[in-house]
Design a binder for this molecule. Structure first.
Ligand code: SPQ
Length: 419
């Protein structure tokens, strides 16, 4: 196996790209977004807001959103198609809960299985009229806007999507709205809402917002997505004789669990050129390393939840045991990521056991090629693409085109580093 060499610039952060479009649509005046992620999920968000009457120009250099203010959205003539995107579904629900019209939201087969009770409950407590059309707590959803009141919601799960849906509804409520979560989830909504002029405060695990007369359009530069960088961090560490520079990676502390974990496993990663433009970013110099197993649990979990599939690959290649706990949320992502990781890592020869809230991996077993089904999950496709590079023999990944959801140039970038 030849090592990886050279440098790549990571495409824009998916979570931040969604939010920039949404907040730009609700702001007065123009919002300009650079380094926007042109992935299918973020394009679904653009499509939804166009259907709600917002003019959005998508050029190769930037996105221009002609915001119409908090009360400027118009009813869509047809159901909004959220595609594969949980973020679009849940955040837009918080906005639509306050609009003076009815909207239906629907998506693909994966979205139709993801739990929506978690947003239906708090938004209903605020006064929203929101139902699951098939009465299974999943999409399609029908949302009729209503007058909302402020609440203090104690979420059972650490979820930025739940928190953000409630905070966005809180922009329209008659008093302050607070969300307390069991551990801090990613805080991009809080940072960006503040930047757009909202009155948002955070204390410990509680975020609070006051109702807002207006937001103001802004210029947003989206940092590279650490969740996308994670595949290259893993590849650089695991493939012998590698040295790669991963440029422009967002290192927000509510997202950087992959870095802390890779370092704790013995990874050789140096942060260079640290800077802050709204969100903190850095370049990462990654060199091949011998990794060892660790235990990953507790408050770090929300900061690396989307990286657990690729951490599983790192753990399978590491010496010794890795235990991942407190990650039951993995079961309700684009696929059941506990089940799918256990099934296919086992097929490839790894020793992995699924638990109720994570997995246990005895690392160091050689991997061999296999046929992998992505289960409509981009992170499964990318994680097993990296596993394939470590395995003896050929691996076939069904649904590899799903990388398009969050990282359209994934295979091009990977191939460039292999030359
Ligand atoms: O948008 P979607 O489909 O939910 O995407 C995922 C992903 O792997 O890309 C989850 F499957 O990321 C979520 C993340 O897990 C994006 C997100 C956000 O932008 O607010 C928050 C996390 O989800 P949650 O449920 O913990 O709030």
């Amino acid at each position: 196996m030849t090592g990886l060499h050279g440098e790549i610039t990571i495409p824009g952060d998916k979570s931040i790209s969604h939010r920039a479009v949404m907040f730009g649509a609700l702001a007065d005046g123009l919002t300009q977004i650079t380094h926007f992620l042109q992935g299918a999920d973020c394009l679904s968000t653009i499509d939804c807001f166009r259907r709600l009457g917002i003019e959005i120009e998508n050029t190769p250099e930037k996105i221009l959103i002609h915001g119409k203010g908090l009360h400027g959205l118009q009813a869509s003539a047809s159901a909004l198609d959220v595609g594969n995107s949980g973020t679009t579904t849940r955040l837009i629900s918080g906005i639509l809960a306050a609009q003076p019209f009815e909207t239906v939201l629907d998506g693909d087969d994966s979205i139709r299985k993801r739990p929506m009770r978690r947003i239906m409950e708090p938004l209903s407590m605020m006064g929203a009229d929101l139902i699951s059309i098939k009465e299974n707590d999943c999409a399609p959803l029908r949302i009729r806007g209503n007058a909302l009141h402020g609440i203090h919601y104690h979420s059972k799960v650490a979820s930025a999507q739940v928190k953000s849906a409630v905070l966005l509804a809180g922009l329209y409520a008659d008093g302050e709205t607070k969300v307390t979560e069991p551990a801090v989830s990613r805080n991009h909504s809080e940072i960006m809402l503040r930047y757009f002029g909202a009155d948002v405060h955070t204390t410990g695990t509680t975020a609070a917002i006051k109702p807002q007369p207006h937001l103001t359009g802004q210029s947003v530069t989206v940092p590279g997505d650490i969740s996308s960088a994670a595949y290259f961090i893993a590849a650089g560490l695991l493939i012998p004789n590698s040295e790669i520079l991963i440029r422009n990676v967002g290192i927000n502390p509510t997202r950087d669990g992959i870095l802390k974990t890779a370092l704790a496993m013995g990874g050789d990663i140096t942060l260079l050129n640290e800077r802050r433009e709204g969100e903190p970013t850095a370049d990462l110099l990654v060199k091949s390393s011998s990794l060892h197993g660790i235990t990953i649990e507790g408050d770090i979990i929300p900061t690396l939840i989307d990286e657990i599939p690729i951490i599983n690959i790192m753990a399978a290649a590491a010496e010794g045991k890795t235990v991942i706990k407190d990650a039951a949320e993995l079961k309700v992502k684009e696929s059941d990521r506990i089940k799918v990781m256990v099934q296919y890592l086992t097929t490839m020869g790894a020793e992995i056991t699924g638990t109720d809230d994570g997995m246990i991996i005895e690392g160091g077993r050689p991997l061999h090629g296999a046929v992998i089904d992505s289960h409509l999950d981009h992170r499964i496709a990318m994680s097993f693409s990296i596993a394939a590079l470590l395995a003896e023999g050929e691996t076939k990944i069904k649904g590899s085109e799903l990388v398009n959801i969050s990282y359209p140039s994934f295979y091009d970038d990977l191939n460039r580093l292999r030359r």
